[in-house]
Design a protein around this ligand. Structure first.
Ligand code: ASP
Length: 439
C-alpha cells in the first residue's frame, strides 16, 4: 500500500501546523509521497506566501526595489525553520531567487518558489528525499500539461526512492523554464503523483473535514458528505462548490484511485471520500446542493421552430461568434432559451441579438437578467421516486417561483433556475426537505 499526501497552505502556514503534518505522516508508514503547498494564511488577516511572491515579483518586473518584500517572504520561512529547530539555511536559495527576479525570470517562476522552498523544509523535517517538480512534471510548448511524458519520468524517478517530497503547483516547459498550474494547482500535482506511483489513496489534507452538502454561508452547520462520486463532484464544483481544484480529478480518475479529503486540524475525522463508483448509499437522497447567481436567459421564439432543422445550431452560432459559452439550453415546441453568464454576456448583448436575428430569423427575442441556477446533485435520485416533486413542492411552499428546470440525462442532477433574490431561500428549502426533515 502507498498513499500520496498533499497538504494545503493553511496546513503548512506555521511551525505549529508543520508539526501536525509531521505527526500525521509519521503515524502511517504508507504515507510515502508528500506534496506540499506554499505556506498559507496563519490567520484571517495574513497573506499567503504565493500572493507575497506575486507582489514581490511585480516590483522586480517594474524595476522597483523588492528587497524588503523578499525579506518578508524569507522571514515567513525562517520562522518555520526556527520553530521546527531545523539545521537549515535558505540564504543561498534566496540569493538565487533574488538574482533570477532581477533577470526577470517571470511570475510563474516567482510563484513556484513558494512550494519549492516549503518542499525543501518539509524534506529536511521528515528526512525524505526532495525532488524538484521542474525535473519531473512537464508542460508542452503550448503550455499544456504533458501527462504522458510526466507519468513516464515521474514514475521512473519515484520507483527509485522509498519516500519523497514533491512540491505542488509547478513543473517545467520544454525549454526548462518553470510553469505553474492555475491557482490551487498543488491539488493537481498530488493527483499526478498518485497516478505515477499507482497509489492506493490520494489523501488531500486541508482545513475542513471534507465537503459539505451545502454552502455554510447559506446553511448553518450543514452536514458533511461521506462519499461522493467523481461525477457528482464535477457537477457540484462546476456550480461553485470549491475545496479541490477541478483538474485534480482527472489523473486519479483514470486509475480509479480514490481521493480522501482530510482535516489536518482534526485528523481523526473521516473526511470525504471521492470515488469512481460506489454502492454506498448516502444518508440522504441528495449528495449536495450548489449554485451560482448572475445568469441571463435569452428566450427565443419562432412559430414552427420544432420542425426547422438547424434552428438550435444557428442560435448557438450567434453566441459562439461572440465568444460566449452557454450554460443550459432548455427548449419548448416553439421556444428555446439560452442561459449565459450575465457578466460575459452583458457587453455583447446587442451583438448577440443581432446575430440571432441574422442567422435564425426568430419571431421574438426576450432577455431576462439576474437569474440564479441551483444544481441538486445525487446518485441516489435515479432510483428514488418523487425527488423532483419534493423539490418543487418545497420551493412552492416558500413562494419561490421556478423559472427553469433541466434534468441531466444522467439523472444525476436537477438544475433549477430562480431569480437571484430567491437563491438563498431556495437552497434552504431544498436542504430542509432532504436533510433536516429527511423526506
Ligand atoms: N500556492 C498556490 C496557490 O496559492 C498553489 C496551491 O496552494 O495549491 O494557489
Amino acid at each position: 500500500m502507498s498513499k500520496v499526501v498533499k497538504f494545503g497552505g493553511s496546513s503548512l502556514a506555521s511551525a505549529k501546523q508543520f508539526k501536525k503534518v509531521g505527526d500525521i505522516i509519521k503515524a502511517d508508514p504508507e504515507r510515502r509521497w508528500v506534496v506540499p503547498s506554499a505556506p498559507g494564511k496563519r490567520d484571517k488577516k495574513d497573506t499567503k506566501v504565493t500572493d507575497m511572491l506575486y507582489a514581490c515579483y511585480d516590483l522586480a518586473e517594474n524595476n522597483k526595489d523588492f528587497s524588503k518584500a523578499l525579506e518578508a517572504i524569507k522571514a515567513r520561512y525562517d520562522e518555520i525553520i526556527k520553530g521546527l529547530k531545523l539545521d537549515l539555511d535558505l540564504s543561498d536559495e534566496f540569493a538565487t531567487i533574488e538574482k533570477n527576479f532581477k533577470a526577470k525570470a517571470g511570475n510563474n517562476y516567482a510563484a513556484s518558489r513558494g512550494e519549492y522552498l516549503n518542499g525543501i523544509i518539509m524534506a529536511n523535517y521528515l528526512g525524505y528525499e526532495f525532488i524538484d517538480s521542474a525535473t519531473v512534471i512537464f508542460f508542452d510548448e503550448n503550455g499544456n500539461f504533458d501527462g504522458e511524458k510526466t507519468n513516464e519520468v515521474l514514475s521512473e524517478r519515484l520507483s527509485k526512492c522509498e519516500n519523497a517530497v514533491i512540491p505542488g503547483f509547478y513543473g517545467a516547459l520544454p525549454d526548462g523554464s518553470v510553469k505553474t498550474f492555475s491557482r490551487g494547482g498543488s491539488d493537481v500535482t498530488g493527483s499526478i503523483v498518485s497516478k505515477a506511483v499507482k497509489a492506493d489513496v490520494y489523501e488531500n489534507w486541508t482545513d475542513v473535514s471534507g465537503f459539505l452538502i451545502a454552502d455554510p454561508r447559506i446553511i448553518d452547520n450543514p452536514k458533511g458528505i461521506d462519499v461522493i462520486t467523481y461525477r457528482e463532484l464535477r457537477e457540484l464544483s462546476y456550480m461553485g462548490a470549491g475545496v479541490l481544484h477541478e483538474d485534480a480529478i482527472f489523473p486519479v480518475r483514470q486509475m480509479g484511485i480514490p481521493i480522501n479529503i482530510k482535516n489536518t486540524n482534526a485528523p481523526e475525522d473521516r473526511g470525504t471520500w471521492i470515488v469512481g463508483s460506489t454502492c454506498q448509499k448516502s444518508d440522504y437522497v441528495i449528495t449536495g446542493i450548489a449554485g451560482k447567481k448572475g445568469f441571463c436567459a435569452v428566450n427565443i421564439e419562432k412559430d414552427m421552430m420544432n420542425s426547422e432543422i438547424g434552428f438550435g445550431r444557428k442560435v448557438l452560432q450567434a453566441f459562439e461568434e461572440n465568444g460566449i459559452s452557454f450554460e443550459h439550453v432548455p427548449s419548448g415546441i416553439d421556444t428555446l432559451t439560452v442561459f449565459v453568464h450575465q457578466d460575459e454576456f452583458i457587453d455583447k448583448e446587442q451583438k448577440v441579438v443581432a446575430g440571432i436575428h441574422r442567422l435564425a430569423k426568430p419571431d421574438t427575442i426576450e432577455i431576462e437578467a439576474d437569474l440564479a441556477l441551483i444544481a441538486v446533485v445525487g446518485r441516489g435520485m435515479k432510483s428514488t421516486r418523487g425527488t423532483a416533486g419534493r423539490i418543487f413542492s418545497a420551493l412552492a411552499h416558500k413562494n419561490v417561483n421556478v423559472r427553469m428546470i433541466d434534468q441531466g440525462s444522467s439523472e444525476l442532477n436537477i438544475i433549477i433556475g430562480v431569480s437571484n433574490e430567491d437563491f438563498e431561500t431556495a437552497i434552504k428549502a431544498i436542504y430542509d426537505i432532504f436533510v433536516e426533515t429527511k423526506l
